[in-house]
Write a protein that binds this ligand. Structure first.
Ligand SMILES: Nc1ncnc2c1ncn2[C@@H]1O[C@H](COP(=O)(O)OP(=O)(O)OP(=O)(O)O)[C@@H](O)[C@H]1O
Ligand SMILES: [Mg+2]
Length: 228
């Protein structure tokens, strides 16, 4: 149960860097939004695979924990559950087992080696068994989990490839879309539209893997949509 620091994961003791500061900027944007529009559950999704969802989930969770905001990261990328490998814990038991009534939240909550950051793995109903989210609403479990933390940050599946993030759209209170720099914009726009049509509130787009030469002004890669 030790989330290590790597080139892309902040881990418990990241050195000062522009990369760390970009996550502080993202945290500041979301905390500012949170003042205006309170939310506890935040889904991180993307249009296609490999945009950086899992990286953003763990690093944003880490940044929240550094700011004394107790946070739980939950892996609901049921078609490519991977967070448990990064955290170094088994995939089962996990969130889908709680949904199925076969485990309790207490049995699934894992430490990460970072104070204030906990983790819940996907559980046994992943891959071909991913119908569980449509069968049982996660709202009750998320509400119960929300009593134990400030933020629940949820990893999800790519919007254009799988149903999971659309199934979660109405259940989570806030949503961000990760888009890798230097990839086409049209799928991202389509993903935002699909999420909003499914009932999500999309806070904005997180542009990941921005190179220094891509930057306009400061290093923030976060664009807020028209929220209050
Ligand atoms: N800012 C970054 N700079 C360099 N590499 C990155 C960055 N963000 C993510 N990566 C790397 O890109 C790969 C994909 O990232 P990640 O696993 O976070 O994406 P994902 O959207 O969760 O992918 P999947 O859809 O497969 O679950 C990983 O190897 C990760 O380490
Ligand atoms: Mg992932």
């Amino acid at each position: 149960m030790m989330l290590p620091g790597t080139d892309t994961l902040l881990g418990p003791t990241p050195p000062e860097s522009e990369y760390l500061e970009a996550y502080r900027q993202l945290r500041a944007s979301l905390l500012s939004l949170h003042e205006r529009v309170p939310f506890r559950s935040l889904m991180v999704t993307s249009a296609k695979a490999s945009e950086g969802k899992s990286t953003v989930v763990l690093n944003l969770g880490t940044a929240m924990a550094f700011a004394s905001r107790p946070t739980v990261c939950v892996d609901l990328d049921l078609h490519h559950p991977q967070l448990h490998e990064l955290v170094g814990v088994p995939m089962v038991p996990g969130f889908t087992d709680v949904l199925a009534g076969e485990a309790t939240l207490a049995q699934c909550l894992q430490t990460t080696g970072i104070d204030g950051l906990s983790f819940i793995a996907a559980g046994s109903r992943a891959g071909g068994r991913a119908d569980i989210l449509a069968a049982s609403s996660p709202l009750g479990v998320l509400t119960e989990l929300g009593e134990q933390c400030d933020f629940i940050i949820i990893d999800s599946t790519p919007v254009l490839d799988f149903a999971v993030s659309l199934e979660l759209a109405r259940v989570v209170e806030m949503c961000v879309v990760v888009a890798r720099a230097r990839r086409p914009a049209a799928p991202v726009v389509q993903a935002v539209e699909m999420l909003e049509n499914a009932g999500a509130t999309v806070a904005g787009i997180i542009v990941n893997d921005v190179l220094p030469e891509d930057r306009i002004g400061a290093s923030a890669g976060y664009y807020e949509e028209g929220l209050p």
